[in-house]
Write a protein that binds this ligand. Structure first.
Ligand SMILES: [Zn+2]
Ligand SMILES: [Zn+2]
Length: 115
């Protein structure tokens, strides 16, 4: 993986299993967010192995299990603002969800999904 802003380890499954292969398209979206807001993007959840995803109550068909999703915080930017940007930037595509403390984005191929 080649990125100006992100290291592979930032996407590693939190259980310690070593799954950290993030999808290239997802990475490109995150780089775009980083450059748009000109602020650090913190990955609060990236890749998830099936066991870890189940343990934290993730959706059965979560894109996190495919390495195609990331939950992100952009430093100094409200999750709603991040979500608004993504929805404008990628109309009709991807999965974009807003939560209190982060924004979920995935590059699902059967999108769009918004929540
Ligand atoms: Zn794991
Ligand atoms: Zn997520």
């Amino acid at each position: 993986m080649k990125s100006r802003y992100f290291q592979r380890g930032e996407f590693a499954c939190s259980c310690g299993c070593g799954f950290d292969t993030v999808d290239a398209e997802t990475l490109a979206v995150l780089e775009d967010v980083r450059e748009h807001f000109e602020a650090p993007v913190i990955i609060t959840s990236g890749c998830r192995c099936p066991a870890y995803n189940a343990r934290i109550g993730g959706a059965e068909h979560s894109q996190h299990k495919l390495g195609r999703a990331a939950d992100i915080q952009v430093r100094g930017v409200a999750p709603a603002q991040v979500q608004d940007y993504l929805i404008d930037r990628y109309p009709g595509r991807y999965g974009i969800g807003r939560y209190d403390n982060f924004t979920h984005v995935d590059t699902r191929t059967n999108g769009p999904a918004r929540w």
